[in-house]
Write a protein that binds this ligand. Structure first.
Ligand code: SF4
Length: 392
């Protein structure tokens, strides 16, 4: 249960002024002391994350934040982190005793980001848990009412939960008929994690099972043999971006093909915006800065896709002396105007909202953004071919 990726969890930010009872609310929901509760104002500094399963909704990730109205020396940094959480929160919870100016400001911030808001009115005295139209009333410290509090919260959450979490879009099962065949090319080189597949590959297999498709998985070294041995042609071939050129060269023209990274671009991002971003590669000039944004903090190998393969190929194909910078994890640069292009990874560890926030930030700064799979396909001259499955 706890191993569900963050990218597949509903992310719920807990907001409120300092000492409003945010950490107590989190502890009440999860039934353990995740966040330190103290009378001392501003005890929560960094964002505290806690995974939980809520029924019937599914896996969620709580994001407990530092409070607004902190007057300590670190207050600006803490507030910055709290506000940044809104770039990835699918739902926000505002813990308050009553609605004063600061709560109104928080509500406005949340509304400006189009995030559904649940208000939790924290009463000092013991009271019954009560469900309201847009929230609930309870005493966050009253552990004896935990079960009622969770049920009440789940009831309100179900009402405001974004539709794409309740009915997630297909990753690829809509691209092949029920009973059809999807052939996946999965290179197992020294970059592949030991003993397992990476998340986009696992997600693709699961989505085909949900969609009633059959799958065949082969390394690129066995691909031609697998294809030749089939009595029927596959309805779709999907490969790792690193072998996209090989896949296109060895796949019959009438068989549709794409990459895992492009499937992630459609699922979590904006395929059109990313494809437009790829065209901007050819306008890059000597000295232009390119930001490579990776959503996880994996250890980079000598032949790492983000730090080595994409920069080398981009320099080679454009013939330009480009400057590459990298960010990893949840961090994203604030000075985006300094870059001419952003290349985002598939983002399997982040939710759709986080990737869409990055696209919006890039567009607001007037910077093109693309993703790994689309960028590599463009650099290899096969982008049009691997986007064919998505043409309406
Ligand atoms: S680099 Fe991006 S796509 Fe690859 S595993 Fe990390 S988060 Fe997922």
């Amino acid at each position: 249960m706890q191993s569900t990726s963050k990218g597949l969890r509903l992310q719920i930010a807990i907001l409120g002024k300092v000492n409003a009872g945010k950490s107590s609310f989190l502890n009440l929901m999860v039934g353990q002391e995740v966040s330190i509760v103290s009378e001392v104002k501003g005890t929560t500094t960094d964002v505290v994350e806690k995974a939980q399963e809520l029924h019937p909704l599914g896996p969620v990730l709580w994001l407990d934040t530092a409070g607004f109205g902190d007057k300590t020396a670190l207050s600006n940094k803490r507030l910055e982190k709290t506000i940044k959480v809104l770039d990835r929160a699918d739902v926000a919870v505002l813990v308050c005793d009553e609605e004063e100016t600061i709560e109104k400001e928080i509500e406005e911030l949340v509304q400006n980001k189009n995030i559904p808001l649940i208000k939790v009115f924290n009463k000092k005295e013991n009271c019954d848990v009560k469900v309201l139209e847009n929230g609930l009333v309870l005493n966050v410290s009253n552990l004896s009412k935990r079960s009622e509090a969770i049920s009440a919260f789940e009831e309100v959450l179900l009402k405001v939960c974004p539709e794409d979490f309740l009915t997630p879009p297909a990753m690829l099962s809509d691209l092949a008929p029920k009973g059809g065949l999807v052939l996946m090319i999965v290179p197992i080189d020294y970059e592949a994690p030991k003993g397992r597949l990476i998340l986009p590959q696992v997600q693709a297999i699961r989505d085909c099972l949900d969609g009633g498709q059959m799958m065949m998985v082969a390394k690129e070294t066995e691909y031609k043999k697998a294809l030749d041995g089939l009595k029927i042609k596959p309805d779709l071939v999907v490969c790792d971006s690193q072998v996209v050129k090989f896949m296109v060269e060895n796949t019959p023209k009438e068989v549709r093909c794409t990459t895992f990274s492009i499937l992630m671009a459609r699922l979590k991002g904006d395929l059109k915006a990313f494809a437009k971003g790829a065209e901007a590669i050819w306008d890059l000039q000597d000295g232009d800065k390119v930001l490579i944004a990776e959503s996880c903090t994996h250890h980079a190998s000598d032949d790492d896709i983000g730090t080595v393969k994409i920069p080398n190929l981009m320099k080679k194909k454009t013939g330009k002396n480009l400057v590459f910078e990298h960010v990893s994890g949840c961090d994203f640069k604030t000075n985006l105007k300094d870059y001419k292009l952003i290349v985002q990874c598939g983002g399997c560890t982040q939710n759709r909202r986080a990737i869409l926030s990055r696209i919006a930030a890039a567009q607001n700064a007037g910077v093109y953004i693309t993703n790994y799979g689309i960028c590599l396909s463009e650099l290899n001259g096969v982008l049009k071919r691997v986007l064919e499955p998505f043409q309406e």
